[in-house]
Design a binder for this molecule. Structure first.
Ligand code: NDP
Length: 310
């Protein structure tokens, strides 16, 4: 355990495992720490139909198991542990783990992902994957010709509502204030789409269902206090994501939302030898396939970095 790790990967979503596959095949003996949610966000997704190469779709947890096996096949050591702190000020870098032990690493690939924010209602958990989702691109297709709600008023909510308007019969956009935060052009798009119905000053009280699946959403107008139930089949949360990067605050350059800044077209952070991949550094695309793509880039960037070390 005390030898220096050439490539230490933190995180076990598509970005982390793809980085591991490439690093392992380049004989860099990667060590991967999975974090608290082994497999990442995809383990909370039922069917993945948009990852190229699976014509029949694949269950999110199955895909993550496959990625893990593929990474291990080439020699990645996978540990079901959390990284609790990291020291990038000295070299080799030091990463401390849940059990208090510290590992030294010659390069680190951060693939800690992001977590969708939820309202905190019990019914969100009850109907997760049974009508409640935080990703329209991933799950919108399951609601073709049905009625859905999108909660939120930022660019994500506007984008998700627009995307869903092409698939669904009705899209109810639930905005808690009397204005949207989204960019002007996105707002215009939403407002000009006939099957997007905007409910202003509207907050969610409960997601309603029949135990099997969602059947509606109970909302209230926060000015008039009037309550109503909108019958629908799907509810999409779009109230923001939180990148899982607090561990690295103060050491890595981040934007105001906590996404790690990388040099454009690469995975280089402000610290040579530390690379950021996947959703931890991407607030725009946030897809499994784009995360996997940047995971590959991270491993290639780490390989070049290590080759230049004395
Ligand atoms: P934002 O933080 O921009 O917006 C979150 C929205 O959710 C806000 O409108 C907020 O309401 C609302 N909200 C928060 N909590 C609640 C709640 N409890 N109940 C109801 N509504 C709630 O997050 P986004 O994910 O939309 O965007 C994050 C960043 O990514 C932004 O900088 C955005 O511009 C960017 N982005 C860019 C895209 C692009 O360029 N194509 C696409 C998607 C995102 P309120 O306004 O009242 O605070």
């Amino acid at each position: 355990m005390s030898e220096k790790v050439k490539v230490l990967i933190i995180g076990s979503g598509p970005a982390g495992y793809t980085a591991a596959i490439y690093a392992a095949r380049a004989a860099m003996n990667p060590v991967l720490y999975t974090g608290m949610q082994p497999g990442g966000q995809l383990t909370t997704t039922n069917d993945v139909e948009n990852f190229p190469g699976y014509p029949q779709g694949v269950k999110g947890p199955d895909m993550m198991m496959d990625l893990q096996k593929q990474a291990e096949r080439f020699g990645t050591q996978v540990f079901f542990e959390m990284a609790t702190s990291a020291d990038f000020k000295t070299y080799p870098f030091k990463v401390t783990l849940g059990d208090g032990k510290t590992r030294e690493a010659l390069s680190v690939i951060i693939a800690t992902g992001a977590s969708a924010k939820y309202l905190g209602l019990e019914s969100e958990k009850t109907y997760a994957n049974r009508g409640v989702s935080a990703c329209a691109t991933c799950d919108g297709y399951f609601f073709r010709e049905q009625r859905v709600a999108v909660i939120g008023a930022g660019d994500s909510a506007a984008e998700e509502a627009s995307y869903l308007s092409h698939l669904c019969k009705e899209v109810h956009l639930l905005v808690r204030r009397n204005e949207m935060r989204a960019s002007h052009i996105m707002q215009q798009r939403v407002k000009n789409t006939p099957n997007i119905i905007i409910h202003w000053n509207t907050e969610t009280e409960e997601i309603v269902g029949n135990k099997e699946k969602v059947t509606g959403i109970r909302v209230f107008n926060n000015l008039t206090k009037e309550k109503k139930e909108i019958p629908l089949e799907g509810v999409f949360l779009a109230i923001g994501h939180q990148p899982n990067t607090s561990l690295f605050k103060g050491q890595l350059d981040m934007d105001e939302n906590g996404y790690i800044k990388v040099k454009p077209g690469s995975t280089h952070t402000n610290i040579p030898g530390v690379f950021a991949v996947g959703d931890a550094a991407d607030k725009v695309y946030r897809q499994a396939i784009t995360a996997a793509g940047t995971g590959c880039m991270g491993a290639l960037d780490a390989e070049k970095f290590l080759a230049l070390q004395p």
